[in-house]
Design a protein around this ligand. Structure first.
Ligand SMILES: Nc1ncnc2c1ncn2[C@@H]1O[C@H](COP(=O)(O)OP(=O)(O)OP(=O)(O)O)[C@@H](O)[C@H]1O
Length: 253
């Protein structure tokens, strides 16, 4: 088995008195694409936010290549640079054009030269079909285009792992595909990724491993074929049924 990039050990996260992640342990290996699925409110986004040190945790630990990931770390900026997160809501700066949105963190935080990052950014924009949009502002882009910019922005930081939190949830159906294709491409390049999605066909296509989260812990995991064709637990079966539609009592004259 390849090297472990991320190790989560007995993670517990509570909001007030409610336990959202309960003694959860997980390892992500180099080049692995893990898709997390589960019912609404089971803790998927919270898990990604903990991995990106956006949340305080109550117990357990998270390590990225052995380094402790914690909101209280003195090296929080350093850690966050190694973790690229893409959100449902894009989080682009509205007053900056596409290129400046991408250049901001690599030049200000990583102190890389503008010319170097610009070259990389333009090459990546071109790969996601947005070469013409470098000077556009976020308001001039479609949702799918904004999300592709957000992905390029994350990539330009050279993260060791990429986290995707429901990145197509706010998009019109015709824009979903263009974003998912970019992510499939990143999987083909061997990027290490954790993806939270409700797009089950995409999950099946992109994942090396599917994790079924329920009640704040991993209840099932396996290859996409194992999970989708032969779910083991009743909760997973029930969850998967919510994605199938049957027309009962169709009208017949
Ligand atoms: N900042 C917060 N304060 C209090 N409770 C929170 C906070 N953030 C999340 N929660 C609660 O934690 C639980 C898990 O939320 P989370 O967003 O992680 O679920 P999810 O699995 O991503 O759901 P969905 O699929 O609907 O996006 C929910 O009950 C939610 O209400």
């Amino acid at each position: 088995m390849s090297e472990s990039v991320l190790t989560i050990d007995h993670l517990t996260k509570q909001f007030d008195n409610s336990t959202v992640l309960n003694d959860l342990s997980l390892q992500i290996h180099e080049g692995e694409v893990v898709v997390i699925v589960g019912p609404s409110g089971c803790g998927k986004s919270t898990l990604l936010r903990c991995i990106n040190a956006l949340e305080n945790i109550q117990s357990g630990e998270i390590r990225l290549h052995g380094e402790l990931v914690t909101k209280r770390s003195r090296n929080l900026t350093g850690i966050r640079q190694k973790i690229g997160m893409v959100f449902q809501s894009y989080e682009l700066f509205p007053h900056l054009n596409v290129l400046d949105n991408i250049l901001l963190a690599p030049t200000k935080v990583q102190k890389r030269t503008k010319d170097e990052v610009k070259k990389e950014a333009l090459a990546l924009l071109s790969r996601v079909g947005l070469a013409e949009k470098a000077k556009s502002f976020p308001r001039q882009l479609s949702g799918g285009q904004k999300q592709r910019v957000a992905i390029v922005r994350a990539l330009c930081m050279h993260p060791e792992i990429l986290l995707f939190d429901e990145v197509t949830a706010a998009l019109d159906p015709e824009m979903v595909r263009e974003v998912l294709e970019v992510i499939l491409n990143l999987a083909d390049q061997g990027r290490t990724m954790i993806i939270v999605t409700h797009e089950m066909q995409f999950a099946r296509a992109v994942a090396d491993r599917i994790i079924f989260l329920d009640d704040g812990d991993i209840k099932e995991e396996g290859t996409p074929d194992q999970f989708f064709d032969a779910p083991k637990t009743d909760r997973a079966k029930k969850f998967l049924q919510t994605f199938t539609f049957e027309r009962k009592g169709s009208k017949q004259n």
